[in-house]
Design a protein around this ligand. Structure first.
Ligand code: ADP
Ligand code: MG
Length: 944
């Protein structure tokens, strides 16, 4: 009831906003005859006219009606398509920086031409962001006709393109490309050593197509550029693999015997607490065990009891008593798998210390305090301790990732193996993501598991989330068929409003309620029966499956029945366009993963409307309602006839993991017979409830990622901003002088005590510092020293440093000197920034582990992250000056330095983690005592 009232408020708000756009849209229509009267040359000349009017101060809104009328007329002449009124309205909403929901097949591609043209008029460049290369190319070529006719240039960015071509594409008025390409180009530009090499211009206006897919689904993991580090963990992946296999065998064995035990008790009708506990053990050790799933399916009420027992034992803190008997525990809900003590013992074998990380601080102290050791031996022992530390943590890390690889990641579901490579399959779009890698060593673990070449471990060189990339645009808009369910997130994270645009023609697709079977087997049997029936009638059907594996299974079942069909999944995506083109024809059966959800359009064949149009059959619900709506949306486009229905079973992941007790008890109450589905309002609602819960969890993952990335984002902005200024060569000399001033002041204040007479100052550390950073040792006569104060010392040192600087300036010819300064700064920024990224990763990890007490981990992260940033900035200055003051250059010789050519890996993935690698030795704070034992601060000793 309340829900309805609420909806009607939202509904009327949407209507009000639509109404507000009506006058502008009407004006476009009024102008139509006038624009029809122009000849081609006159129509083309409009572009120049608009540009001049804007240059003279007219606003984009002033020229909007005419500009849209011009685009519409050009489209009619070039493509034979006249923008529908709803497309004009959608186009205005896009120009206003809104997310427009326009259903699949409504022609978003064409609608976007209006705001792109308008916003390109001032000459800044507009971006249209698509989900894949194919669509970027298709849309740029298709719509390119209109732009070309009106004298606007269009470019496209795809994978495997060199910088020169990229730059040309970005310099076009309108640029099509994928979110990944735009994001990676931004990161790569900020690693370049000269501004001519940068490919992007300022980020002005972007329209994101399929915006929910890009800003919601893909935003769960950041973009990462990484390069190889010297020594990887590869050895451990290979060597630990056999141990993990052994662990799995032991676990399988014990699960089998627990199951035997439980079944024996159930046969004796002993379904008491003990039996439930046994089943709970199976759930925790092998949640997908097929015998276990069968038992649950036969008696849905059991699941409720198992879950209850689990939460009860958890609250009593006795769950570990059950877990202790297993080797490994799997928590499907938060996608984690971990060994138990018993498992750890098995992994350690005859080396009890193999998985015990040594306590570094205590260990170091013990070595220091050991009177039997001399200085040398101490140093050696410390080194050994460090090696032991890093090897153990690497071994543990590799083993943990291998456990994930074996228990949580499945071939042909999460990834495929293709040409000796492990290739990720995107969970939401069902597409392959070649070249992307899971972070934090997970990818290596899966490579080891599949027996293919294990790639080197990488370190982060640059990273950004999509949220933060897209928030940099001056204006951002988006379009999709399914935005409404995500409206609160768009508002909260991107400050974008959603406007639902009515369809051009009335939508008449019939959405039948879900049917639910007890087991997956029964579900697929029923699905095949229905496909057979539809096939006999000749009505085309598109069957959605949740993974490649399931699509192949269903294909086998249909083959056995002799039903001709096509399979579309990431393994044969080359044929996508061809398969989809046939999907609306008579008698066609198409099985597809989520891939068929986006972009390409299904046209109905002759006589199909008479048969009821395209039927959509879902064979499982996705975690997200949006993805289900995408599948449904394949049918019923632009007023076509069509229908849809989802087939579910209690064994589906969504039902198993997130289904509420409600579902199980309703099922029990209604009593389910073999092969007898149920269709019930309560069930459908409970399923939506489960989906909303998962959407909530996923939203939190994204929010969390963003909150952490926001800390980085501010720092990234500062650093990238500095980099840009250096590249442009703005005020280099002043910058260097400021650096000198600051460092000198800090050094003096840190090292000279103003309460002591100058004669008694210990100038040692200070002159050490000036020598290392500025390349000179301060010299004062005894008499001079007597009269010094802290302040005058600072002045003197500044003068000496500047004098040294100016001497260098004169020694080297001006262009070389300018170049040298640039390089010194860039190199310092890049080196330390990468180090900092790594440090921030570790900080986050460490804070996650620390999470106790009243501390807010995010606040801690912000605070410590800020301190680390400050200390990095100081180091950047020191490194810059050290290079500048100490590098030797042969006169008249242009030093040749270019950006280090590292092999880079681009990745976007991982399970929410942002940490690609760990530091090989424990991090020492810059102000901590140096671990070498010198007694000096780390930053003044080995850390310099
Ligand atoms: P969406 O991206 O909204 O799902 P598309 O842009 O792929 O839809 O367009 C769907 C189909 O509708 C395309 O085949 C396109 O040619 C057609 N179409 C779109 N707008 C018009 C129009 N104004 N007149 C005629 N056909 C159109
Ligand atoms: Mg589209």
């Amino acid at each position: 009831m309340i829900g309805n009232v609420f909806k009607s408020i939202i509904g009327s708000k949407n209507e009000r906003e639509l109404k507000a756009l009506a006058p502008q849209a009407a004006r476009v229509n009024e102008l139509e005859p006038q624009f029809q009267g122009l000849n081609d040359t006159q129509l083309r000349a409009k572009t120049e006219e608009f540009k001049q009017r804007i240059a003279r101060g007219e606003s984009l809104d002033d020229v909007l009606p005419e500009a849209y009328a011009a685009v519409r007329e050009a489209s009619v002449r070039v493509l034979g398509m006249r923008h529908f009124d709803v497309q004009i309205v959608g186009g205005i909403a896009l120009h206003q920086g809104k997310i427009t929901e326009m259903k699949t097949g409504e022609g978003k591609t064409l609608a976007a031409t209006l705001p792109l043209y308008l916003n390109a008029l001032p000459g800044h460049g507009c971006h249209l962001v698509t989900v894949n290369d194919y669509l970027a190319k298709r849309d740029a070529e298709w719509m390119g006709g209109i732009y070309g006719f009106l004298g606007m240039s269009v470019g496209v960015i795809v994978h495997d393109m060199d910088d020169q071509k990229r730059k040309a594409a970005y310099n076009s008025d309108i640029t099509y490309g994928t979110n990944n390409e735009f994001g990676f180009d931004y990161l790569r530009d900020n690693m370049k050593y000269s501004s001519e090499d940068c490919v992007q211009r300022d980020l002005h206006f972007a329209i994101v197509d399929e915006v929910d897919s890009i800003l919601v689904d893909e935003a769960r993991t950041p973009l990462i550029i990484s390069g190889p580090i010297e020594r990887g963990e590869d050895i451990f992946y290979a060597s630990q693999k056999s141990l993990i296999i052994k662990l799995k065998q032991h676990q399988d064995r014990i699960i089998r015997s627990i199951l035997n035990n439980a079944e024996a008790r159930m046969r004796q009708e002993l379904d008491d607490d003990k039996t439930i506990e046994l089943l709970l053990q199976v759930k925790r050790g092998a949640p997908k065990n097929s015998r276990f799933l069968d038992i649950i399916a036969q008696e849905p009420g059991l699941k409720k009891r198992i879950d209850r027992t689990e939460s009860l034992l958890r609250s009593q803190k006795t769950l570990n008593l059950l877990d202790e008997e297993l080797y490994c525990i799997i928590e499907e809900q938060d996608h984690s798998a971990n060994w138990t003590d018993k498992g750890l013992k098995l992994l350690s074998g005859d080396q009890p210390d193999a998985f015990v990380i040594p306590d570094m601080i205590q260990g170091m102290q013990e070595i220091d305090n050991d009177p039997r050791l001399n200085f040398r031996e101490k140093k050696k022992r410390k080194r050994e301790l460090e090696i032991q530390y890093s090897e153990t943590s690497e071994r543990m890390h590799a083993s943990q990732q291998l456990i994930k690889a074996y228990w949580l990641f499945s071939k042909d579901v999460d990834y495929v193996v293709k040409d000796g490579q492990v290739v990720i399959v995107d969970e939401f779009t069902g597409r392959l993501m070649p070249g992307r890698r899971w972070s934090d060593g997970l990818h290596q673990a899966i490579e080891a598991k599949e027996g293919v070449n294990v790639a080197e471990e990488n370190q982060t060189l640059a990273t950004i989330t999509f949220q933060n990339y897209f928030r940099m645009y001056e204006k951002l808009a988006g379009m999709t068929g399914t935005a409404d369910t995500e409206a609160p997130e768009f508002k909260k994270i991107y400050d974008l409003d959603v406007l639902v645009i009515p369809t051009h023609k009335k939508m008449i697709r019939l959405n039948h309620p879900d049917v639910i079977y007890k087991t997956e087997r029964e579900k697929f049997k029923a699905a095949v029966e229905e496909i057979k029936e539809l096939h006999r009638k000749g009505q085309p059907v598109l069957v959605g499956t949740i993974s490649i594996e399931k699509s192949e299974m269903l294909s086998k079942m249909l083959k056995r029945e002799g039903i001709k069909h096509q399979v579309l999944n990431a393994k044969n995506h080359e044929r996508e366009a061809e398969i989809i083109a046939m999907a609306g024809q008579k008698g066609t059966v198409t099985i597809s993963t989520n891939m068929a959800g986006r972009g390409t359009d299904i046209v109905l064949g002759d006589g199909i409307p008479e048969l009821g149009g395209l039927h959509i059959m879902g064979t499982e619900r996705h975690e997200s309602r949006r993805i289900d709506n995408q599948l449904r949306g394949r049918s019923g486009r632009q007023g076509d006839l069509g229908s849809s229905r989802f087939y579910l079973s209690l064994e589906d992941d969504l039902m198993r993991i997130f289904g509420s007790e409600r579902i199980a008890s309703v099922m029990d109450r209604l009593g389910m017979e073999e092969d007898q589905p149920i269709e019930h309002q309560i069930i459908s609602r409970a399923i939506e409830g489960a989906q909303k819960r998962v959407e909530g969890i996923n939203f939190n993952i994204r929010k969390n990622l963003l909150e952490y990335d926001d800390v980085m984002n501010q720092q990234r902005k500062v650093i990238y901003g500095q980099r840009q200024a250096i590249l442009k060569g703005d005020h280099l000399k002043e910058t260097i002088q400021d650096m000198i001033d600051e460092l000198v002041e800090t050094a003096v204040l840190e090292n000279i005590d103003s309460n002591i007479f100058p004669e008694e100052w210990n100038l040692g550390p200070l002159s050490d510092y000036t020598y290392h950073v500025f390349g000179f040792v301060p010299t004062f006569s005894k008499a001079e020293i007597k009269d010094l104060t802290q302040e005058s010392l600072i002045e003197r040192l500044k003068q000496q440093a500047i004098a040294t600087y100016e001497r260098r300036e004169q020694q080297i010819d001006p262009p070389s000197f300018l170049f040298l300064q640039k390089i010194a700064m860039l190199k310092a920024v890049d080196d330390l920034w990468m180090d900092h990224l790594l440090g921030m990763d570790q900080l986050k990890e460490g804070i996650g582990l620390r999470g106790y007490g009243q501390m807010d981990p995010l606040k801690e992260y912000q605070k410590e992250g800020y301190n680390m940033f400050l200390s990095m900035v100081e180091s950047i200055k020191e490194n810059t000056l050290r290079t500048l003051f100490r590098i030797r250059i042969a006169p008249q010789e242009q030093p040749s330095v270019e950006a280090p050519k590292k092999k880079m890996v681009l990745s976007h993935g991982g399970d929410g983690g942002m940490s690609p690698t760990r530091r090989k030795t424990p991090k020492v704070g810059r102000n901590d005592p140096c671990p070498c034992g010198s007694g000096k601060k780390y930053k003044h000793c080995c850390g310099r």
